[in-house]
Design a protein around this ligand. Structure first.
Ligand SMILES: [Zn+2]
Ligand SMILES: [Zn+2]
Length: 282
């Protein structure tokens, strides 16, 4: 009996060991299945991310959602602008129609006004203002980019009235010198698809909002201010290579990096985006 009992015990212990071993194998296989599942899903997610058009951006500490309500539509001009927070982005949709008159509207349009500016060299370009469908997807928490990218031709940002900002070039590395003569009395003009834009200070906006006001955003999420700060006219020498600096502003009492528009080249942006640019779709 004793032997038998020991034998039973032995067999039982052995069985238990086997069971433990088998259950360990099962556990491992479950764990490896879970691991595989996790791997699969993370792969799926990262694959989705690469397929997605969502730009990858570095997240900064300052949230710019406070600027959302500064963008406005003007029904009298059929200018429509919306700004909404979507995830990590401020999404601005605009038809790009200016909220002021221009010689680039058709002469029978109520928004038409013949050139009455001060440039004696003014010559109208052959284009007319055409309604656009622009969507700017701008990082909500802009951060300084490790590698500062050059600004592209075409929209580099958007002003409060929904008109895009363009950079300081008329074409690849071509200065604005000649193109500037086609700027209307409010310092904008349309390009060949009829997209109206500002390369320089949007004078109607600074007249209405103030020379030191927040005027819009560049694609990297950093705000653009007028040519004056604390009663002082800002010049290029007050700003870094990207045409900005960090200080307190009316909207950001704790300070933020921001661009200033100056009266001389490069006007809005210097040698590229300070942060990582979002996207603009047309
Ligand atoms: Zn232009
Ligand atoms: Zn400033």
């Amino acid at each position: 009996m004793l032997f038998d009992s020991n034998k039973t015990k032995f067999v039982f212990v052995h069985l238990c060991k086997e069971f433990n071993f088998i259950s360990k194998i099962i556990k491992y296989s479950i764990m490896s299945k879970i691991t595989l599942l996790i791997l699969f899903f993370s792969l799926a997610i990262s694959c989705k991310k690469t397929e997605d058009t969502t730009p990858t951006t570095t997240t900064g500490t300052v949230d710019i959602s406070v600027l959302k309500d500064k963008f406005y539509s003007t029904s009298a001009f059929s200018s429509t602008v919306t700004a909404t927070v979507e995830g990590d982005f401020l999404v601005i949709k605009t038809n790009g129609i200016p909220d002021h008159k221009s010689p680039y509207f058709a002469s029978n349009d109520a928004r038409y006004q013949a050139y009455n500016g001060t440039n004696t060299q003014y010559r109208k370009n052959p284009n007319s203002i055409v309604s656009q469908s622009l969507t700017f997807k701008i990082p909500l928490k802009p951060a300084s980019a490790t590698n500062k990218a050059a600004t592209p031709l075409g929209p580099i940002g958007v002003s409060l009235n929904g008109v895009p900002f363009f950079n300081q070039y008329a074409g690849p590395n071509q200065p604005l010198t000649n193109e500037a003569d086609s700027f209307d009395q409010f310092a904008g003009h349309p390009q060949n698809t009829g997209q109206y834009h500002y390369h320089v200070e949007p004078t109607n906006l600074t007249k209405n909002k103030g020379n030191d006001a927040f005027l819009g955003l560049l694609l990297d999420g950093f705000p653009v201010y007028g040519p004056v700060e604390n009663g002082k006219v800002i010049t290029n020498s007050d700003l870094d290579a990207y045409h900005g600096h960090t200080s307190k502003t009316a909207e950001f009492p704790n300070g933020i990096y921001h661009y200033h528009i100056t009266s001389t080249d490069p006007y809005i942006n210097g040698s590229g985006f300070y942060g990582t640019a979002g996207t603009v779709s047309r």
